[in-house]
Design a protein around this ligand. Structure first.
Ligand SMILES: C[S@@+](CC[C@H](N)C(=O)[O-])C[C@H]1O[C@@H](n2cnc3c(N)ncnc32)[C@H](O)[C@@H]1O
Ligand code: SF4
Length: 400
């Protein structure tokens, strides 16, 4: 695979997401579609099904970006990882693609796998570290140590990766501000090219959410999480990282183009179990279970379990919900023109309310979060989604 490096792709073109649904352990906080599978023949069946699905689902020219995520793609053994990239390059022309990211976990990323991925054209590696503290890693059910995470990072560097992102989480139960800042320092000492720092969410259906409900674990005080949020921005800004989205910080590697494309409502095709796709207002989601998805793909049947045509109100609401988290905010006039829908008028009362609260401000046609609004982003986005739901009653979607 060879890659072209060019300017920010924005929301144009189509991206490709490949979901690898296997993990060494199921982490207590994670509600992603991933499974612990001992029988490695399941990996072979997955790869054969992926080959079949890509053959029918990917009919585009070069994608603007590719993201091989999970789950844990680095869990595949070297021969199977190699096969995954062979399958990918058989169906996807990567000559115009500006970014190919692979997610990796420290416990399974070896020097051999890193070298193999790099040689296969992976240009960006996203390493899931979450924490460097042994007691927090244990509570999260992570299968690695802080030292192992550092070793995996260095192995990726040695393999030639010049764009490595680290995923970290803060607001862990019982975590102190000092612990989080020590995590940031240890991450920064590696000089990563990008950082994603997520505030832990207790997702319904996860082990940690059940523990929370049973009183076995307590969520941090909101104030402590907010202090960590501000500490993150301060420390990363001082280290030269640009906060281009609430949880994402660009260093020398620049933004994650794949996610930025998604946040701008670009079209994308997702392959693999449970993967979602979106094309001009139509969204469909694959069968979730690995077996059911593989059965469909191998039989040459569609893999989608559900599909919906989004109402203009939903598309507009999602554009605001995703876009307001970006540092440059959203261009309301541009969204209105793209969706042919009166965005400014329909969101006027929410936007004015948020302006009065001091949470958002207008800059010409753009709407963006204020410093004060950053910590209310979830609530602000939720308000916009509410307008989208209200706008779906009584009418049939006008355009697909
Ligand atoms: C689903 S994981 C996949 C990557 C890889 N398997 C890993 O564990 O690092 C992607 C990222 O989402 C974040 N994440 C997952 N669940 C989360 C949660 N409940 N709250 C906050 N962040 C979460 C983690 O930082 C994780 O690295
Ligand atoms: S966080 Fe990553 S390793 Fe843990 S279960 Fe989710 S996808 Fe798997």
């Amino acid at each position: 695979m060879s890659l072209r490096s060019d300017a920010d792709a924005g929301g144009t073109g189509t991206s490709l997401y490949v979901h690898v649904p296997f993990c060494v352990v199921k982490c207590g906080y994670c509600d992603f579609n991933s499974y612990v599978v001992e029988d490695q023949s399941v990996h072979d069946r997955f790869l054969a099904a992926l080959d079949a699905e890509l053959g029918s689902a990917w009919r585009e020219p070069s994608p603007v970006s590719v993201f091989v995520g999970g789950g844990t793609p680095s869990l595949l053994d070297p021969a199977r990882l190699q096969r995954l990239f062979e399958v990918l390059s058989r169906h996807v022309d990567l000559t115009g693609c500006s970014e190919v990211t692979m997610e990796a976990n420290p416990e399974s990323l070896t020097a051999e796998k890193a070298a193999l991925a790099r040689a296969a054209g992976v240009s960006r590696l996203s390493l899931g570290v979450q924490s460097f503290h042994p007691h927090h890693l244990r509570r999260l059910d992570r299968a690695h140590s802080g030292e192992r995470a550092e070793a995996a990072f260095l192995a990726a560097r040695a393999a030639g990766f010049d764009n490595i992102s680290l995923d970290l989480m803060f607001g862990l139960p019982g975590e102190t501000a000092a612990e989080w800042e020590a995590d940031l320092d240890r991450a920064l000492a590696l000089r990563p090219d990008h950082l994603s720092c997520y505030n832990l969410t207790f997702e319904p259906g996860t082990r940690m959410h059940r523990d929370l409900q049973r009183g076995l674990v307590a969520a941090n005080e909101q104030e402590i999480d907010r202090d960590m949020f501000w500490a993150t921005r301060g420390r990363l800004a001082a280290a030269g990282y640009e906060a281009y989205e609430i949880s994402n910080f660009a260093g020398r590697g620049g933004k994650c183009r794949h996610n930025d494309h998604y946040w701008q409502q670009g079209d994308y095709v997702g392959v693999g179990p449970g993967a979602s796709s979106h094309r001009r207002g139509v969204r469909w989601t694959n069968l979730k279970a690995v077996d059911a998805w593989a059965d469909a793909a191998l039989a040459g049947m569609p893999c989608a379990a559900s599909a919906e045509t989004l109402w203009p109100a939903q598309r507009a609401a999602e554009a605001l919900w995703l876009g307001i988290r970006r540092a440059t905010g959203i261009d309301l006039a541009q969204i209105a023109a793209r969706l042919d829908w009166p965005v400014q008028a329909r969101f006027a009362s929410e936007i004015e309310r948020h302006e009065r609260s001091g949470w958002v401000r207008r800059r010409g046609a753009r709407l963006e979060l204020t410093e004060q609004g950053l910590v209310f982003a979830d609530r602000i986005g939720g308000d916009y989604l509410g307008v989208g739901v209200a706008g779906t009653t009584g009418r049939v979607p006008a355009r697909a």
